[in-house]
Design a protein around this ligand. Sequence first.
Ligand code: MD3
Ligand code: FE
Length: 209
Amino acid sequence: QVVAPGAVHVPEWLPAERRRELVAACREWARGPVPLRHTVLPGGGVMSVRTVCLGWHWQPYRYTRTADDVNGARVAALPRWLVDLGRAAVAEAYEDERAAEAFTPDTALINFYDDAARMGMHQDREERSGAPVVSLSIGATCVFRFGNTEGRGQPYTDVELVSGDLFVFGGPSRFAFHGVPKVYAGTADPDAGMRAGRLNVTLRETGLS
Ligand code: MD3
Ligand code: FE
């Protein structure tokens, strides 16, 4: 389950009950204060994924406290229980309690994919922190493409992410290119309360204040 140095995949880490709780919470966050929406890129492109943020609002390519690219509202707070879930995730993936206690995420990005949504290869470089990123997947199965730090192309490794999977990206993997080239239709997770599509929740330290 170690895909690359610092990149650890823990299949089906979240039990169905925790998945359901997270899905229910995501439904609430999707309503506002900043609604789940397709992010518009500076060049005018529109992401096929829909996103809502907690703690800090990500807009390409910076973090703000208010969603001035959406409705101007202040983002909802990152709840303590989600911070604790992130710490438990780091402890599990790295088998390292110290690393888990040191993890102090201050933002969550919640991405919703319908069956046609994709995410192109990119790096996440807006954070001013070397802390790991915790990723939780719920719902439909996808192909996650984990690349290298040099560019969007090969070498990369394709990994299937299924409902409940945990992935932690730290150390040298933190700035690797990655993307989601495919979501498999017909792989929903009704036990988690998802009839269609895929949710991905990432927990991060922005390093901002
Ligand atoms: C590796 N999300 O939100 S999660 C993103 O499934 C993003 O929604 C994808 O890429 C998704 O930026 C992939 C896995 C992930 C997230 C952040 C990373 C992998 C990462 C940051 C650095 C390295
Ligand atoms: Fe990313």
